[in-house]
Design a protein around this ligand. Structure first.
Ligand code: PMP
Length: 353
């Protein structure tokens, strides 16, 4: 830390992104990216947009925002497109949390939530998941705080039903409920349909997973016009040109190629089910995942040992040191070939033990 760094960040612990090693060619199953290339149409549109990079992008991101709004059955002013969904989540912490509106989220969830809270000086509480890693929706009912829930949750992969989400939203009419649907396209149930019923619901989604665009950084939030207006106030006070031209164009391309996205999602779900079956037959316990990752632990071999063995053998998965989940690993679902390599390495590890 330099002597110039503001003391307000003294205790800030930044988010640690998953490893992106460049030295070895790993089978990379650690950051929940898509194993599939982006839609060819996205690539084509992005290349064309690159020819006019001397100009600023449209700060309103009109065409793409309208396209997403149409897809969701919402109006233009109910959607805000951002630089990854991380950006809309940060905007939501900035806009809807403070001393009088502290944040609450599960103890096991996306590791960026406490960082956003700390960054913005927001008091927060982490409500423990049940022992089986499910969220007890009743604990959030009438809590009167700004609620942030990943649905499906990460890294557990477990989803809440829309009825449970609605119960939480309905019972907290004076608090914003943010539902982070980063992984919803792999079998979860989106609560976008509740947006016109509740003015306190903000739903966030991303193009990083099902739409194969993690490298382009594109996400969005959807909610009432008033919530979106507040979030726009934050956007125009930080970075009006938050979406670059190539990403904007690529986003349009992928939205025009929904069939490609749906096909890839079906393949990921099939590969997830195959991987879970294999793992269970090898003595692993897995949660019920509705995402593009599997969360698994073995009854005899520690989570850390499995992570280290896999890494030494060319397969990268995500291990968390947090005590409650340190016996688990989160394994991104890749192509069938990648998952076969992963399972072969696991078999070798079990043989060696
Ligand atoms: N929410 C959750 C639960 C995530 O796991 C991630 C990905 N790390 C994000 C949001 C943010 O994704 P992105 O910024 O790539 O849209």
């Amino acid at each position: 830390m330099s002597r110039f760094f503001s003391s307000k960040y003294n205790s800030l612990e930044p988010y640690t992104p998953g490893e992106q090693p460049k030295d070895v060619q790993y089978v990379k199953l650690n950051t929940n990216e898509s194993p599939f290339a982006p839609s060819p149409r996205a690539v084509e549109y992005a290349a064309k947009a690159a020819q006019s990079l001397q100009l600023y992008p449209d700060p309103e991101c009109r065409e793409l925002t309208q396209r997403i709004a149409d897809y969701l059955g919402l109006d233009f002013d109910q959607v805000l497109v951002t630089n990854g969904s991380d950006e809309i989540l940060n905007f939501a912490f900035m806009a809807f949390c403070d001393e009088d509106h502290p944040a609450v989220f599960p103890d096991i969830s996306y590791g960026f939530y406490p960082v956003f809270a700390q960054l913005n000086g927001i008091p927060y509480t982490e409500l423990p998941l049940r022992d089986d890693f499910t969220i007890d929706a009743d604990e959030y009912c009438g809590i009167g705080k700004t609620i942030i829930i990943a649905n499906p949750n990460a890294p557990t992969g477990i989803a809440l039903s829309t009825d449970e989400i609605e119960k939480i939203v309905k019972s907290n009419p004076d608090s914003v409920v943010v539902v982070d649907e980063a992984y919803v396209d792999f079998g979860g149930e989106s609560c976008i349909k509740l947006i016109n019923k509740y003015d306190n619901l903000l739903v966030t989604q991303t193009f990083s997973k099902s739409r194969s665009m993690a490298g382009a950084r594109l996400g969005f939030g959807a909610g009432s016009k008033e919530l979106i207006r507040d979030l726009n106030t934050i956007k125009y006070s930080t970075n009006p040109y938050n979406i670059n031209k190539m990403t904007m164009a690529a986003g349009l391309g992928v939205m025009e190629d929904e069939e490609y996205t749906q096909k890839n999602c079906r393949t990921i779900i099939e590969n997830r089910e195959w991987t879970e079956e294999q793992l269970r037959s090898l003595g692993f316990e897995t949660t019920v995942s509705k995402t593009n990752f599997v969360f698994a632990k073995h009854s005899e071999i520690s989570g850390e040992k499995i992570y280290t063995y896999l890494k030494e053998n060319g397969v990268l998965v995500r291990h968390f040191s947090k005590e409650r989940i340190c016996e688990y690993n989160r394994i991104t679902v890749g192509t069938r070939e990648q998952m076969e390599i992963f399972i072969d390495k696991i078999k070798l590890l079990l043989e060696e033990n």
